[in-house]
Structures are given as structure tokens and as C-alpha cells.
Design a protein around this ligand. Structure first.
Ligand SMILES: NC(=O)c1ccc[n+]([C@@H]2O[C@H](COP(=O)([O-])OP(=O)(O)OC[C@H]3O[C@@H](n4cnc5c(N)ncnc54)[C@H](O)[C@@H]3O)[C@@H](O)[C@H]2O)c1
Length: 338
């Protein structure tokens, strides 16, 4: 049984806490949050003990895993403190706001001998996983290009409005669009160069709508990430292959399709198998990918396996590419990735 402490009981902390509720092999022992109201909510909703700081929790509780769902600018210090205290650490994406901070986190992982996994959830999202499997099977023919979309409204709900502050969140480019940077790399590996454009860059919040092109040998990929939509949210990935298009969109029905010259057909995929009360209530698709990423980490620790679905080095590469996109926005030129 893996004993888990969770720090940061906001939107994502609530999602991870719900995942542990149903998870065999894991027990959420406490929640750490600076905000007294959040601690009270955790005590009432989850029935766990709560603490205001990691230091208090570590002094009072026995746990082996820290799950970090703090605002992004707080990830590096919190993750390093946990690893230095000998805790395996799961950290929400984006890993950090720059490569230097990611390097500090990786150095802490290496000196601790503990595991560090960054939650790039698309690697566990059932439709994305299936889409990649279909493309890799060769059924659709040779891959030609990849197009990703992730568009929604500005997040106005965050603690202390940290998400609306590009200095603390990285804005839409790092906070939201990093999912698709990660997915493009999961599909195609490290790009040779990146070019980014944005129509308007607010000094406080950063680019609200970014278009990025990734160059490979003979293949191009494109990703659009936006926080400027009046309403709704859509995420999508279209992979054009020589014989067919494999497409996922949260806005299309069925969500996952194979389109050939003779028409479209749905691609069946396995939803995440949930246990306990969640399974009895049916599949909670919104929780599925998050449940799977947390369960994967818990299972790795339980079995003494090094997590490998997305490594900290890959998560750092995502931040390197995001920084290259910021540079491209500044200079108006494409940026080589050596
Ligand atoms: N994978 C995804 O789809 C996804 C979705 C949303 C957010 N995220 C990521 O999850 C992380 C958290 O985002 P969120 O939307 O949950 O933020 P949030 O603002 O909703 O929650 C942050 C929580 O951290 C607490 N907090 C702030 N400073 C603290 C401190 N020093 N010590 C302890 N607690 C502190 C706040 O009280 C709050 O409860 C971010 O890195 C974000 O990018 C990922």
C-alpha cells in the first residue's frame, strides 16, 4: 500500500484526490494547503488530516509519495523539498517555468534516488493513447502530418489569480499549450525547429492564442493553443497519413474516427478501468486519464519499477520547446533546436 500526501488542493488537487479515493494500492493520508478554507474542505470532503506546510506534514505523517498540484511557479521548490526528504514525487504539468528550474528538479531526483513523474496526462488519455496506437500500427499508411488544437476560455478561478499572471503560470503558451507540445513530441520525437506566432501578446497574461509549427525531416506538425474563446473547450488531434486520417476531437461524435476515401468509421477504444464506487457509477471519463497517470505512478513505486511513460527529461524538453516558442514570438523567426 502506498501512502500519499497531496499538496495544493485546488482544481487539480481535487481531481487527484478523487482518483486516490477509488484506487487500490494507494491511500491518501493527508492534504497540505496554505489556504485554511481548502484545508477545511479537504477534511470534510475526504476525511483526511490536513497541514498548512510540507514541513508540518512530514513531521507528523508517514507517507512515501508526495503528489504536487501546486501552482506551477511553486513546483520546483516543493518538488525538491519532497525529493530531499526522501519522497517519491508526482508533479502536475508543466514541470516548471524554465529549463534551469527543471534541471534543479532532475538533480534533486538523482541525488535522492527517488522517482519523479510529471503528469502530462495525454500520455494516459484513452483516446490519445488509442490514436497513437492506430497510427503506429501502420493501418492508416505513412504518417504525413500532425495537427493539435486546445482552445478554451481564460481561467479566472485560480488561487490568487496566479494563472492570469504569465510570470507565475507561463500563460496559455506554457500552461495549456504545453499539453500539445508534449503530444507532438510523443508522436514524432524532438523537432528540429519551431516557429510560433500570436496575434496579440498582453504584458500581464502573455499570448492568449498561439500558433506553433514544428519541423521534422519530411513531416510538419502544428498546434494551436488558446485561452481567448468566449465559451466552451475543445481539444483535438488530427493525424494525416497516406491512406487515412486518424482524428480525435472532444467536440466530434464519435470522438475518435478513421476517415478514408470511402467514409468515416468510429475507432473503438478502452476507457480507463476504474475501481470501487467510481466503477459502479459508470466510467468517469474526465477522471479517466488523471486516474490512470496517478495509478501508473503508484504501481511503479509499488513494484519498484522506474516510471517511463513520460520521463522528467521529456517534461523538461517540453519546457525547452515552450521557451523556444517564446523566443520565436519575440524575434519573428523560427528557432532551431539543437
Ligand atoms: N493536467 C491538467 O489537465 C491540468 C489542469 C489544471 C491544472 N493543471 C496544473 O495543476 C497545477 C495546479 O493548478 P490548479 O488549477 O489546481 O490551481 P488552483 O489555483 O486551483 O489550486 C492551487 C492550490 O494551491 C494552494 N497553494 C498555493 N500556494 C501554496 C503553498 N505555498 N503551499 C500549499 N498550498 C498552496 C492554493 O491554496 C490552491 O488550493 C498547475 O501546475 C496547473 O498547470 C493541470
Amino acid at each position: 500500500m502506498q501512502r500519499v500526501a497531496l499538496i495544493g488542493y485546488g482544481v487539480m488537487g481535487g481531481t487527484h484526490a478523487n482518483a486516490y479515493k477509488e484506487m487500490p494500492g494507494a491511500e491518501l493520508v493527508c492534504v497540505i494547503d496554505i489556504d485554511e478554507a481548502k484545508r477545511k474542505k479537504a477534511e470534510e470532503t475526504l476525511g483526511v488530516r490536513t497541514y498548512a506546510t510540507f514541513a508540518e506534514a512530514v513531521a507528523a505523517e508517514d507517507f512515501g509519495i508526495l503528489d504536487c498540484c501546486l501552482p506551477t511557479f511553486l513546483h520546483p521548490d516543493a518538488v525538491i523539498e519532497a525529493l530531499d526528504a526522501g519522497k517519491h514525487t508526482l508533479c502536475e504539468k508543466p514541470m516548471a517555468l524554465n529549463v534551469e528550474e527543471c534541471k534543479r528538479m532532475i538533480a534533486a531526483r538523482d541525488r535522492s534516488g527517488k522517482h519523479l513523474q510529471v503528469c502530462h496526462v495525454l500520455r494516459w488519455w484513452p483516446e490519445y493513447v488509442k490514436l497513437k496506437e492506430v497510427v503506429r500500427s501502420g493501418k492508416a499508411g505513412r504518417l504525413r502530418n500532425v495537427t493539435c488544437t486546445r482552445i478554451g476560455g481564460t481561467p479566472l478561478w485560480s488561487w490568487d489569480h496566479w494563472l492570469e499572471d504569465v510570470e507565475r503560470s507561463g500563460g496559455a503558451l506554457i500552461d495549456l499549450h504545453v499539453h500539445d507540445i508534449d503530444w507532438v513530441c510523443a508522436m514524432l520525437g524532438r523537432p528540429k525547429a519551431v516557429f510560433a506566432s500570436a496575434s496579440e501578446i498582453d504584458r500581464a497574461t502573455g499570448p492568449a492564442h498561439v500558433y506553433a509549427t514544428y519541423l521534422y525531416d519530411g513531416i510538419a506538425a502544428f498546434a494551436e493553443g488558446a485561452w481567448d474563446q468566449a465559451s466552451g473547450f475543445e481539444m483535438a488531434c488530427r493525424v494525416t497519413c497516406e491512406d487515412a486520417v486518424v482524428s480525435y476531437s472532444s467536440a466530434q461524435n464519435p470522438t475518435l474516427q478513421l476517415q478514408t476515401a470511402s467514409g468515416s468509421e468510429p475507432i473503438p477504444f478502452d476507457k480507463v478501468a476504474l475501481d470501487g464506487a467510481a466503477a459502479e457509477e459508470g466510467n468517469i471519463s474526465d477522471l479517466g486519464g488523471y486516474y490512470a497517470e496517478c495509478k501508473y505512478f503508484v504501481d511503479c513505486i509499488e513494484s519498484g519499477t522506474t516510471p517511463s511513460v513520460v520521463t522528467a527529461e521529456e517534461a523538461m524538453q517540453n519546457i525547452e520547446i515552450a521557451q523556444a516558442e517564446f523566443e520565436s514570438l519575440r524575434t519573428g523567426k523560427s528557432v532551431e533546436l539543437p
